[in-house]
Design a protein around this ligand. Structure first.
Ligand SMILES: *Cc1c(COP(=O)(O)O)cnc(C)c1O
Length: 301
């Protein structure tokens, strides 16, 4: 690993894996949560795990500018901007939509950490999504190393595998929220034979995820038939959409367990997981949910 990555990585502390002892769950439920939201005071959750080997690759190739894309509250750009500043790298963020009159709290952080922001139309943004390689066109245009949306690169998987290997207890099922599916793919590639991965899609119509995860897994040379399932019915209307039911669940969960959730990812994950457990699914097994963080975006809600 590049020495600057080693130094930055040493500032991260894998969050604890703790038992959820919640009266709202059936007696005997064996549910745990891995607090990746506690990984670092600024970069939370899975985003550093995904960026670690991507940025290592960029540094080894000698790049000094990293470019990526995301929405107005992007946890990925937030993590990238901070890591870039720590590593002494220039960063460029391409953001969907018009430049707002007042930058939101996420954008303020990006700017404070020196990220150059470009705002592009939804059409342009959609086209950029097709750029999957680090040396694809936007990298050439902005003179830097290109990271696809959400850090969706085969290089991201190894860091996620490390996250799963940091879980100090045995378990049968591991549950997590899925956006691009990279975190799920990395998780699957870390599992051993009798373990099962359960992904909760936070986007509407996320049927594409299965192929996406399969393709990513193929790049690791790992068998694609690892046991896993992606649940498509807990998106609450689409990405970043929410309703009273979700907010009430999150508020109650936080009060009982003293663990904050975000409405975009981890709220939907825990809602879905509680729904399954309370319907007698997932019985007689130890479940570990991954708290992938994302709490920075809560400031804007
Ligand atoms: C990005 C993100 C995810 C989704 O990760 P993918 O690898 O894109 O599936 C889950 N939870 C949080 C908090 C995130 O920020």
């Amino acid at each position: 690993m590049h020495p600057n990555i080693v130094t930055l990585n040493s500032k991260f502390r894998p969050g604890p894996t703790i038992r959820i002892d919640d009266p709202a769950l059936p007696h005997g439920t064996d549910l745990w949560i891995k607090r990746e939201d506690l990984l670092h005071p600024v970069i939370s959750g899975n985003k550093w795990r995904k960026l670690k080997y991507i940025l290592d690759h960029a540094l080894k190739l000698g790049y000094r500018n990293i470019i990526s894309m995301g929405g107005a509250y992007s946890n990925h750009l937030h993590a990238l901007a901070f890591a870039g500043r720590e590593l002494g790298l220039a960063t460029t963020g391409i953001i969907r939509g018009e430049r707002p009159e007042q930058p939101n709290t996420t954008m303020k952080d990006l700017q404070n950490w020196g990220m150059t922001l470009h705002f592009v139309s939804r059409t342009t943004f959609r086209k950029l999504r097709e750029c999957k390689q680090w040396d694809s066109e936007p990298g050439q245009k902005y003179r830097g190393y290109w990271i696809p949306e959400g850090g969706s690169s085969p290089l991201a998987l190894a860091g996620i595998t490390e996250m799963v290997n940091d879980i100090p207890i045995e378990f049968q099922t591991i549950a997590l929220a899925c956006g691009t599916g990279v975190t799920l793919a990395g998780t699957i590639s870390a599992l051993v034979s009798d373990q099962f991965a359960l992904g909760f899609a936070v986007l509407k119509g996320a049927g594409f995820l299965e192929k996406e995860v399969e393709n990513l897994l193929r790049t690791t040379g790992k068998s694609v038939s690892q046991p896993a399932e992606i649940l498509l019915d807990y998106h609450f209307g689409g990405f970043a959409k929410r309703n009273q039911k979700l907010i009430r669940f999150m508020t109650d969960f936080e009060r009982r367990n003293n663990i904050p959730l975000d409405p975009v990812y981890t709220g939907k994950l825990m809602y879905g997981l509680y729904h399954l457990i309370n319907n007698q699914k997932l019985k007689n097994q130890r479940i570990v949910a991954i708290h992938t963080g994302g709490l920075q975006a809560n400031r804007s809600y």
